[in-house]
Every structure is written in structure tokens, then in C-alpha cells.
Design a binder for this molecule. Structure first.
Ligand SMILES: NC(=O)C1=CN([C@@H]2O[C@H](COP(=O)(O)OP(=O)(O)OC[C@H]3O[C@@H](n4cnc5c(N)ncnc54)[C@H](OP(=O)(O)O)[C@@H]3O)[C@@H](O)[C@H]2O)[C@@H](O)CC1
Ligand SMILES: Nc1ncnc2c1ncn2[C@@H]1O[C@H](COP(=O)(O)OP(=O)(O)O)[C@@H](O)[C@H]1O
Ligand SMILES: [K+]
Length: 450
């Protein structure tokens, strides 16, 4: 966004013009959400503050009752011009009284350290006392590139993201502290391969479709049979045409549509995985971490089929992941939660940067799960999926995701599709669902994409 702003200036747009567009976009939202109630605008010492003085001016010119309070005063540039153009009183942040509508223009993308405690406390008090609060670009106290909480208030109603979403609108504390994120077009083109997730377009099988062409998925089971059954059932309902559950012992309890194979040693598994019709192999859910588990994992890594690695298999790989996966001849997709991720890779920088680095070092597509799921490919593509229902934090939903990732991959689709369907199925399942209920909602979630 910073580079995009510079390009915009280079193309002849003045900083004042850009700030005017930003102020206007925010003022419109405040007018809409505030519905004519008295407004308090908080203005900081940088360009976020510059936007704030502009918002105050627009609202006053449109007839709203507006008060302004500040910390610091912009020293130069368009922000200083906007501050100078506000001829009415400016109160101090410490002493100002709350009003029903609050506009937070203290700090935006320039947050460089934690808010001072008295500032954070006063901001929290003013937000809590307001019935509507709108943050300019970002809530003050959220680090733009990481979503780290540097003292931001809770309870912001809406954040008007200027020009493009920043990582903090989707990651970490930003997820809960931005409120509704409204994206304002201010005429700045941000060129990036980073996207937020969108509903995929899927196609029903064509008239020539047959079960193998739809996607053959093999789920390699281990000591905890339920987890691999969940993955196998999710693969089936995620659109795979044929699902094989390869277990050390004869399986019970899975739907009859799943083909059961008893695999008792390395050679039997290697023979099964030699089938070139296989579109994806899943290993990890309920695999266990004993020697037999390690043997199965080694066979799976050595096979020439595309591989989804989850759960125990990720922990078994640990810090050797990048090295051992780097030599694979077929595609690899990893689905770690944050604990598994930390066992395998360095977690430096933002979640996006860390996931991207992991994808590049391992050559795999990494689906780094959580409320802010980040999907990164070795080629540099990033998709962030936030706002999944928090009811997903229940045992077995990760196994379901692993099966879904395999099904979509085997069908020629993407990990993004699987993550979107998973989240949508959770939304449809309502509160307090079990992983089994989530699987039952996958077909209907797919139906929304046809
Ligand atoms: N580029 C453009 O033209 C456009 C930009 N736009 C807008 O500009 C925003 C970015 O503006 P920005 O870069 O000036 O940073 P901003 O968020 O105002 O904060 C910097 C100031 O805060 C200070 N400071 C930082 N942390 C602090 C702390 N904890 N406690 C106290 N002080 C702290 C810091 O001081 P320093 O660190 O230098 O001591 C500096 O004075 C962006 O989000 C968008 O709203 C739009 O108008 C479109 C056009
Ligand atoms: N608080 C949350 N909000 C949204 N999604 C969540 C949350 N907690 C977990 N999830 C999602 O639920 C799934 C849990 O996976 P995982 O931790 O592997 O569980 P398990 O091993 O029990 O199957 C992941 O897809 C993750 O993104
Ligand atoms: K702000």
C-alpha cells in the first residue's frame, strides 16, 4: 500500500487530493452509520490524523454536530494543511467528553510502538461510551503488517480500510478489533498476489464423468481410527469420486461407500500408493507417532502421488519438514495449526510472511490454520481466510479439512476451495456442532458454488 501510494503520487496525484478522497470516504460512512448523532473526531499527529481533520470538516459542512480532540498536531504536508483548515476548537484527548459517534483517527498504518497506557485507556473509554465508533484505516493500536495488538480498544463498530485491506484487517487481534471492515476505493491500485478468500465457482460433474476422474483419494489411517474416518468421509462429501481408507486393521463404522483396504506393512502401502489414478493421499489424521506411523509416513513421502500431510504426520516431520519434502516428485499440501507450524518452521514476522517462507522452503502449499487461516504456495500466492465461525474450535474439524483439501485437489481444484467450503459448512451447521455435523453440511456448501 505504501508503494502504491508512492506510485499514485508519481502519477501526479497530490497527497492533498489522496487525503481528501480518504476523508470523504470515511465521512460518508460516519454520516451513514452515525445517523445524525453528535460526533467526536480524534485526530493524531500523522496522516491518519490528517484524514481525521478532513472527516471533521466534511461532516460539519454537511450539518453534523462535530467536536475534535487531538494528541500532537501534524507538522507538515497535507495532514498539517487539513489541521490548519479546521478553524473550530480542538480539545485535548485527556479531557474530552464522550459523544454518541466516535471517529478514531489517532494512528493508522504508522503505528510503530504500543500506545501509551493513558491514551489506550482514554480511547477505550470513549469507544465504550459511544454507540457507534468508526476507525479510519485501522483501529489505533493495531500493527498494520501483523495484526499485533498494541493497545487497541475493543468494540469498534466499523473500520474503513483505505485503498486496500492491510494484513491487520484479517490477522490476529485485528480480526476481532476492526469490527466490520469496509473497503473504500480511493483510486490507489495496490498490486499484490495476496488475496482474501472468496466463494469459489465449482462445476457439477459433466456427462462423461466417472468415479476415478472425479478424484481418487486414499486416506492412510493409523492408531486413532475415528480421525481418519472423518477425513475419508469429508473427502467423499467434498466431491471425490472414490475414497479408499487404508487402515492397519479391518475398519468398522465408516459409510459403506468408502472402500476399505487393510494395509499391514510398508510394502502393501507402497503398492497401493503406486496406483497412478490416485489424485491425492491424506496422511496424518489419527496416524499416531510410533514407529509404525513413521514407517507409513516415509512410504507416503516417497510415493509419487500428491500428498496432504496433517496432524501427527506434521509433528513427526518436525524441523526436518523442509528438507524431506523438498525432494518430493509430486505436490505436497500441509495443514498445520499454529502448534504444528511452530514444530516445523520458524514463525518470524507476520503469519502471512511466516507461512510464505514455509511454503518456499518446503516447496509445499501450506494451509496455516486458525481463525485467520493463511494459505501460501511456494510460487508466492497468498490467500487469507478469516471470519470462519469460532465453533470450528472443536476436535476433528481439522481432520475434516484434510479430507476436503484432498478431495478438492484430486478434483483439480484448490486448497482455497476446501478452506472456503469448510468455513461455509461450519456456518451452515450453526452453533455447537460436532465434526460429523460439519461433514453433513459440505454438500450444501458446495451447492452454493455451483
Ligand atoms: N500516505 C498518504 O499520503 C496517505 C495516507 N493516508 C492515511 O495515513 C495513514 C498513515 O499515516 P502515517 O504514515 O503518517 O502514520 P500514522 O498512522 O498517522 O501515525 C504516525 C504518527 O504517529 C506517531 N506514532 C506512532 N506510534 C505511536 C504511538 N504508539 N504513540 C504515539 N505516537 C505514535 C508517529 O510518531 P513517531 O513514530 O514518528 O514518533 C507519527 O507521528 C494511513 O493509515 C491513512 O489513514 C491516507 O490519507 C491516504 C493518503
Ligand atoms: N477460533 C476459531 N475460529 C475459526 N476457525 C477455527 C478456530 N479454531 C479452529 N478453527 C479451525 O478449525 C480447524 C481445527 O483444526 P485442528 O486444530 O487440526 O483440529 P483437530 O486436530 O481436532 O481436527 C481448522 O480448520 C481451524 O482453522
Ligand atoms: K485509526
Amino acid at each position: 500500500m505504501r508503494a502504491a501510494e508512492q506510485r499514485c503520487f508519481g502519477a501526479g496525484v497530490s497527497q492533498s487530493e489522496l487525503m481528501e478522497r480518504a476523508s470523504l470516504a470515511v465521512a460518508r460512512e460516519v454520516a451513514r452509520l452515525g445517523a445524525g448523532q453528535p460526533v467526536l473526531v480524534l485526530a493524531g499527529p500523522g496522516n491518519n490524523g490528517g484524514d481525521a481533520y478532513g472527516v471533521a470538516r466534511f461532516l460539519r459542512d454537511w450539518g453534523h454536530d462535530v467536536a475534535v480532540a487531538s494528541i500532537g498536531r501534524p507538522a507538515s504536508g497535507a495532514a498539517a494543511e487539513n489541521a490548519a483548515a479546521w478553524h473550530d476548537e480542538v480539545e485535548s484527548l485527556e479531557q474530552v467528553s464522550p459523544r454518541p459517534v466516535l471517529v478514531d483517527g489517532l494512528f493508522g498504518t504508522g503505528m510503530s510502538r504500543a500506545l501509551d497506557a493513558p491514551v489506550a485507556a482514554q480511547l477505550a473509554r470513549l469507544v465504550a461510551a459511544a454507540s457507534v465508533s468508526v476507525a479510519i484505516d485501522l483501529p489505533s493500536g493495531i500493527e498494520t503488517d501483523t495484526g499485533l495488538d498494541l493497545g487497541a480498544p475493543g468494540g469498534i463498530t466499523a473500520t474503513v480500510a483505505l485503498g486496500a485491506l492491510k494484513p491487520a484487517h484479517l490477522l490476529g487481534a485485528g480480526l476481532s478489533k476492526c469490527g466490520h471492515v469496509l473497503l473504500a476505493d480511493i483510486g490507489v491500485e495496490a498490486a499484490t498476489e495476496w488475496r482474501s478468500i472468496a466463494r469459489p465457482r465449482l462445476e457439477a460433474p459433466g456427462p462423461q464423468a466417472h468415479k476415478y476422474g472425479r478424484g481418487l483419494v486414499v486416506v492412510v489411517a493409523g492408531s486413532m481410527a475415528g480421525a481418519s474416518r472423518l477425513a475419508a468421509r469429508a473427502a467423499l462429501h467434498g466431491g471425490a469420486g472414490y475414497v479408499i481408507l487404508a487402515a492397519p486393521e479391518p475398519a468398522s463404522g465408516a459409510p459403506d461407500a468408502i472402500v476399505h483396504r487393510t494395509i499391514d506393512g510398508r510394502d502393501a502401502l507402497a503398492e497401493l500408493l503406486a496406483d497412478p489414478r490416485i489424485g491425492a493421499v491424506v496422511i496424518g489424521p489419527g496416524l499416531g507417532r510410533d514407529e509404525a506411523a513413521m514407517n507409513r509416513l516415509e512410504v507416503a513421502i516417497g510415493c509419487e502421488r500428491d500428498l496432504v500431510i496433517d496432524g501427527d504426520a506434521l509433528s513427526l516431520l518436525g524441523k526436518t519438514a523442509a528438507e524431506r519434502l523438498g525432494t518430493r516428485k509430486a505436490s505436497t499440501l500441509l495443514t498445520p495449526h499454529s502448534g504444528e507450524f511452530a514444530r516445523m518452521f520458524e514463525a518470524a514476522g507476520s503469519k502471512i510472511e511466516a507461512t510464505l517462507a514455509a511454503a518456499k522452503s518446503s516447496g509445499a502449499t501450506v494451509i496455516h490454520k486458525g481463525a485467520d487461516t493463511v494459505i501460501a504456495s511456494a510460487g508466492g500466492k497468498v490467500v487469507v481466510a478469516s471470519a470462519a465461525p469460532s465453533w470450528l474450535s472443536t476436535a476433528g474439524t481439522g481432520d475434516v479439512l484434510a479430507g476436503l483439501v484432498a478431495a478438492r485437489h484430486a478434483a483439480g481444484g484448490s486448497a482455497d476451495e476446501a478452506v472456503w467450503l469448510h468455513s461455509r459448512a461450519a456456518r451452515r451447521a450453526g452453533p455447537a456442532f460436532a465434526a460429523d455435523d460439519l461433514i453433513a453440511q459440505i454438500p450444501a456448501a458446495m451447492g452454493e458454488c455451483l
